[in-house]
Design a protein around this ligand. Structure first.
Ligand code: ACM
Ligand code: ZN
Length: 523
């Protein structure tokens, strides 16, 4: 019997027989596992039409048991799941481990169990013994809500799908040149002004070039942002699925929406407009004025209040140095601090931001450009321009998250024949390449421990609807989930491709859109 679980568990031993979930089945759970038991109960209620009582008495021989155990060697996310004719038993050291056991259990039922059943129905779970824990602690997806805005309902649906595949980090790209999407109460213009743009670039092959192509503007005002209440709602929803939401507040580049709101934050100090085209802007935060650091302090104070994540993403990518070269404030800072050039000024900027975060008990992560001019002492690096930056940072003893555009950019084309696909930014990351992603590839063996994991990134210049976003995310995100969880680097694409087949109907049942693999994706 093939069980087709994604991500692939470490050890799977099929047994004989099956457990049948009936109206009289009970869920036994310790008090401290109540939330996970309630999650399982709610799911099983939909799958079976039975309301199963949760009881806090010790597990009996019969029924479903969720048990927290100490000293099991499973780690903070591992679990065991054992199913026989009498019992379903999940053990873990933490509620998170139990939650992952529940997700595996879910996948032992057929896809139609994902849809609420109109009539009570008994469900059969095949006998099996599973022992499981993830290879990497950081298993993420990044969602860009700046180029296009996605409502809370979409983000929650994404969190639900992530939970099913044991992904545990949502990197939320909340600010950029084309829109500021998070309410900051002490700086109200960031959303009053910065969340809106006068038009967007129409989908056009040329617009990925980053040129200002005014002939392709649609003339339609566009905007949107999350209130702090909505942010808290998303964070709580994610927490109950053991997903950490890592906010990204871009600086010093990709900040035109902030500059439009508060022009004094820029070197030139005037003439900014929330960008209507994609690409990279020369207009960036002034790294020489004290008021810039006061702005950063204000924004991050509210950000750390909203997000419990220990690590906060500060962007740091694609910051042209043209304005800094001409700016008296920036040049004065270079002089005063004894810096060699504008790259070192960027490093000075990031170090100051790291201190601001440290004072709030948080750590900093930034894109691999933060290596240029010298890495801040405790920074974590997110490697996107291939794995090179990540390898360099890990070698220097810094934590790293790998999201190389060669394997992990889910805004890139899924087929070599671009005309057969919806317009995308460029690139080519087929399913098989996402599957083959190995986050420690190229990292010296004795430094591999610095690689926290990896993530898929969804930039949304060319993606304006939830359904299109899901089309780009899935099924590639399942391949990445496999690559980040399974015990060993992925090699058997044929095996994965077959395992994937039973997940496509499950996504159908969940109302999640995806790209149907084509001939070219076959093993
Ligand atoms: C990036 O893709 N600019 C991080
Ligand atoms: Zn300046």
């Amino acid at each position: 019997m093939t069980l087709n679980i994604i991500p692939q568990p470490n050890v799977v031993t099929p047994g004989a027989g099956a457990f049948v979930v009936r109206a009289e089945t009970r869920i036994h759970a310790a008090q401290s596992a109540t939330a996970v038991a309630a999650y399982l109960d709610e799911w099983l209620r939909a799958a079976t039409g039975h309301t199963l009582p949760i009881v806090h008495t010790p597990a009996e021989k019969q029924g479903i048991a969720l048990e927290l155990v100490a000293g099991s060697d499973l780690g903070s996310e591992g679990y065991t799941l054992s199913v026989n004719g009498d019992q379903v038993r999940i053990t873990a050291e933490t509620a998170q481990g139990l939650f992952y056991g529940v997700q595996t259990l879910r996948q032992l039922l057929p896809p139609d169990a994902e849809t609420p059943s109109a009539h009570p129905v008994d469900r059969t779970i095949p006998a099996v013994d599973i022992e499981d824990r993830p290879r990497f602690a950081w298993r993420g997806l990044m969602l860009d809500v700046c180029r296009h805005f996605f409502p809370v309902s979409f983000v929650k649906k994404l969190l639900d799908t992530m939970a099913l595949y044991k992904l545990n980090v949502l990197h939320w790209h909340l600010t950029d040149d084309q829109g500021w999407r998070i309410e900051i109460k002490s700086l109200p213009r960031l959303t009053e002004v910065g969340s809106r743009r006068s038009a967007s670039t129409k989908p056009d092959k040329r617009s990925g070039s980053g040129e200002d192509l005014t002939d392709v503007l649609d003339g339609i005002p566009y905007g949107g942002f999350y209130t702090q209440e909505e942010i808290r709602e998303v964070v709580a929803y994610a927490q109950s699925r053991f997903i950490t939401v890592v906010p990204e507040i871009e600086m010093p580049g990709h900040s035109v929406a902030a500059l439009t709101s508060y022009p004094e934050l820029g070197c030139v100090g005037q003439g900014y407009e929330v960008r209507t085209t994609w690409g990279i802007a020369d207009e960036v935060l002034c790294a020489g004025k004290e008021s810039t650091y006061e702005y950063v302090e204000k924004v991050l104070s509210e950000v750390v209040d909203l997000f419990p994540s220990e690590i906060i993403h500060i962007g740091g990518d694609e910051c042209p140095k043209a304005r800094w070269r001409e700016c008296p404030h920036c040049q004065a800072a270079i002089e005063r601090e004894g810096l060699n050039d504008e790259h070192e000024l960027q490093s000075y900027f990031v170090r100051r931001v790291e201190k601001i975060l440290e004072a709030k008990g948080r750590r900093l992560i930034g894109w691999d450009e933060i290596l240029e001019g010298g890495l801040a002492p405790k920074a974590t690096v997110m490697s996107w321009r291939g794995a090179k930056g990540g390898i360099e940072a890990a070698t220097a003893g810094h934590p790293v998250v790998m999201s190389p555009n060669t394997s992990c950019y889910l805004d890139y084309y899924q087929a070599e024949d671009q005309d057969s696909e919806p317009l995308a930014i460029f690139g080519f990351v087929p399913l098989r390449r996402a599957y083959a992603f190995d986050a420690t590839e190229g990292v010296p063996a004795d430094k591999a421990g610095f690689v926290l994991g990896g993530q898929g990134n969804l930039w949304t210049e060319y993606i304006s609807t939830g359904s299109h976003a899901e089309y780009m995310l899935f099924p590639r995100a399942l391949a990445l989930a496999d690559a980040l969880w399974a015990a060993h680097p992925r090699q058997d694409y044929t095996e994965f491709f077959e395992r994937l087949q039973s997940h496509l109907p499950r996504l159908d049942q969940l109302g999640v859109n995806y790209r149907q693999p084509k001939d070219a994706d076959r093993p």
